[in-house]
Design a binder for this molecule. Structure first.
Ligand code: FES
Length: 369
């Protein structure tokens, strides 16, 4: 990286001023920034000054600093930091900035520099005899993917060879339009000669939206069912299903269908029981007479037996006659989570009620408990 200093005083002009158009443009640019942040316009203004005069002079730096109410040193820091700003007169037709950083160097930037030395001037920043061309070596310009490359003003010229750079320099000198960007057969930074991966043409997939049976569509309230996920393409292609206007009849059907779908059959029964039963007291009127030893039923211990007794369940006969609804409610009251049916309390109680432990052994082939 070269040391960047202002040009000698003997080449610095006496003053600087934007021309009328640029003055108007500068005011509009400064106005784009929020109040108190006008200094953010420093780079656009310096760039415009360079485009107007060909390089950034000392007076230009001071002028821009005054416009933005910045200390001169701050604007000088910006101008000397970025290599896009030329601090001394350069070629009037092209100042060629050759990237010499590693990727470009590995891909031949040294050859490009030789071309510049041969065709323009042996020394960087010095112009050719007619003052139209100059060159310098710079650090990475961000186009390494198409190395080696050069930059002229705001444009880059990539994938260069020494021969192609010679032609480009001649084209600038002749005032011709020069092809910008890559100089070989590639699109932007895509592979040379075209794509080398993902070359198969993907099959066009059409997602068919299954037509829901009219009845189902009418009774469902689920958003997911009513709006199946479809690709934008499928959406566009799917026939529009007739919209069924809600009526009192189908709205009520929808509600009960949704409710039934959410509830297991057992719970549905329980809901009815819940509505009618007092859940805090006994469920049954306890039979008069001796209590059975409910602990003989597999799965019933002393604690459960007490709880069953508190519900008014004291005999095998009662358990043997449980209805589905009663099973659901006992399940719910005692948080059994299906234990009564899982352990088949009814069959056990039936055997015990019929013939005690002996009948139990006959039916189940083992002692009760
Ligand atoms: S190294 Fe040359 S452009 Fe990045």
């Amino acid at each position: 990286m070269s040391v960047r200093r202002l040009a000698e005083d003997n080449v610095q002009p006496e003053g600087f001023a934007f021309n009328a158009d640029n003055k108007k443009w500068a005011k509009a640019t400064i106005a784009k920034y929020p109040k108190g942040r006008q200094q953010s316009a420093v780079i656009p203004l310096l760039m415009r000054a360079q485009e107007q005069d060909g390089w950034v002079t000392k007076r230009c730096i001071e002028h821009v600093a005054d416009m933005l109410e910045m200390p001169y040193i701050r604007v000088l820091e910006v101008a000397t930091f970025y290599t896009q700003f030329q601090l001394k007169p350069v070629g009037t037709k092209a100042h060629i900035q050759v990237c010499g950083t590693t990727p470009c160097m590995l891909r031949g930037s040294e050859e490009l520099i030789k071309v510049c030395k041969n065709k323009i001037n042996d020394k960087p920043f010095e112009t050719n005899a007619s003052g139209t061309l100059s060159w310098e070596e710079v650090e990475c310009l961000g186009a390494c993917v198409n190395a080696p490359m050069v930059m002229v003003l705001k444009d880059t010229y990539e994938d260069l060879t020494a021969e192609r750079l010679e032609e480009i320099i001649d084209e600038f000198e002749a005032g011709k339009d020069v092809k910008v960007g890559t100089q070989i057969d590639r699109q932007f930074s895509a592979p040379e000669g075209g794509a080398v991966t993902l070359t198969e043409v993907p099959e066009r997939k059409v997602t068919k939206v299954a037509k829901a049976p009219a009845k189902k569509a009418a009774t469902t309230t689920s958003k997911a069912a009513a709006k199946p996920k479809a690709t934008p393409q499928a959406k566009a292609e799917a026939p529009k299903a007739p919209v069924k206007k809600p009526t009192a009849k189908n709205t009520s059907a929808k509600k009960s269908a949704a409710s039934a779908a959410k509830t297991t059959p057992a719970k549905a029964v329980l809901k009815t029981a819940k509505a009618s039963a007092d859940k805090s007291g006994p469920m049954f009127e306890a039979p008069v007479g001796e209590k059975d030893d409910l602990k003989l039923i597999s799965g019933v211990g002393p604690v459960l037996e007490k709880k069953l007794n508190d519900l008014g369940i004291t005999t095998f006969a009662q358990v043997a006659k449980f209805t589905k609804k009663q099973i659901a409610e006992v399940d719910d009251r005692l948080s059994f989570k299906g234990r009564i049916e899982r352990d088949d309390w009814k069959a056990q109680a039936r055997a015990l009620a019929k013939g005690g432990a002996e009948e139990y052994r006959k039916v189940f082939g083992k002692d009760p408990r």
